[in-house]
Design a protein around this ligand. Structure first.
Ligand code: UD1
Length: 346
């Protein structure tokens, strides 16, 4: 065993895939999750893949006493990967206080508890949203591209959290941090035992797309085809969730095995390829042979026209690279949707 890692939001989409990779790498995982956008069945899915049941506590990270109780119950937690957060951009516009409380208080609680329990590092789940719409000279985006004013309360919480981590590390806190800025994670584990399963109507592209393809939703709305891109739809860097999960294991190794002297580092996690919404629909249809009913509608407020990563820094410094093809990735998303149907979930 390599050590105990606390994964907040570990029953969620990226958290569950990361738990699998941590266990495969020999870490012992303790999950805390309030199940606000996930389901405890995910723990079974993780166990089916790895043969190991992670410890699970239904705890909300904004509850300081309950979170402290987790550190007492599982002594010797060496590192934290902090996923637990609310992430629906539109909802954040209507419920800003919910977002500020959830996404900021949970981080404050963790950072305050870390020294007392001698936790050596925290990997933080951030987003390319901190770059806003980069001007063309900054595309593809490196880690040194300017941070721009957030377009939503959700985006602002990620920026504020990054600043809180920066200030805490600069104050001489006795731990290290790695901030991972994700581009657009999609797909599911190749076993189809875990995947993305948002509660309610999906806000993100791929879960909506697969639900439309299987007939749960009438049709996918493509938000705008009049952008200044080759086919008029928005461009994103869609990264396979398992590739993304592996970057977390490398980051936690990097901290715990003292592979760097840096107390704080930032990495962009993307493939380096920009794909349009229509391009993704096309890749899905071509790979799976399944049609996606869709129609073009107006732009979604707050959407960025185009952004994709320059992943070179992560490739070189972390020795990590996204390796899964877009075809295998969309196929994995479809296999997961079929599995949900088989299980009668949706
Ligand atoms: C957004 C956030 C990102 C956050 C992520 C988490 C911004 C600018 N981006 O990513 O920071 O981490 O959510 O949820 O704040 N689309 C459709 N139809 C749909 C759904 C989406 O056409 O039904 C399009 C969108 O217009 C966009 C692309 O698909 O061009 C991807 O959308 P989505 O999956 O929601 O992710 P982002 O908006 O890129």
């Amino acid at each position: 065993m390599k050590g105990k890692i606390l994964v907040t939001g570990g029953a969620g989409y990226i958290g569950s895939h990361t738990t699998v990779e941590l266990q495969n790498a020999g870490y012992e995982v303790v999950i805390v999750d309030n199940l606000s956008n996930s389901n405890a069945d995910v723990i079974d899915g993780i166990q089916k893949i790895t043969g190991i049941r992670p410890a699970f506590e239904k705890v909300d990270c904004i509850d300081f006493a309950a979170l402290k109780g987790v550190f007492d119950k599982y002594p010797g937690i060496k590192g934290i990967i902090h996923f637990a957060a609310s992430k629906a951009v539109n909802e954040s516009v209507h419920k800003p206080l919910l977002y500020y409380r959830n996404n900021i208080v949970s981080l404050l609680n963790l950072l305050e508890l870390m020294p007392e329990y001698k936790v050596e590092g925290i990997v933080f789940s951030s987003s390319c949203t901190v770059y806003g719409q980069p001007s063309s000279e900054y595309l593809p985006v490196t880690e040194t591209a300017p941070i721009q004013p957030a377009l939503s309360p959700y985006g602002n919480t990620k920026q504020i959290d990054e600043e809180i981590i920066r200030d805490t590390i600069h104050s001489g806190a006795p731990f290290k941090s790695i901030v991972l800025r994700y581009f657009n994670p999609i797909g599911a584990h190749k076993t189809a035992e875990i995947g993305e399963l948002p509660n309610g109507v999906p806000q993100n592209l791929v879960p909506f797309l697969t639900q439309a393809a299987i007939g749960i939703r009438k049709e996918l709305s493509v938000f705008g085809d009049d952008y200044n891109t080759p086919d008029g739809s928005c461009i994103r860097d869609y990264i396979n969730v398992v590739d993304l999960a592996k970057a977390h294991v490398i980051s936690i190794d990097r901290i715990l095995e003292n592979k760097t002297d840096a107390k704080l580092e930032y990495f962009n996690l993307g493939t380096g390829n920009g794909v349009s919404v229509l391009g993704l629909i096309h890749a899905f249809e071509k790979t799976t042979g399944v049609k996606v009913p869709h129609k073009i509608v107006g732009r979604r407020e707050g959407d960025i026209e185009q952004i994709w990563a320059n992943p070179r820094y992560a490739n070189e410094v972390l020795g990590w690279k996204a390796v899964e093809s877009i075809e295998d990735t969309v196929q994995s998303a479809w296999n997961w949707q079929l599995k949900l149907r088989e299980r009668g979930v949706m």
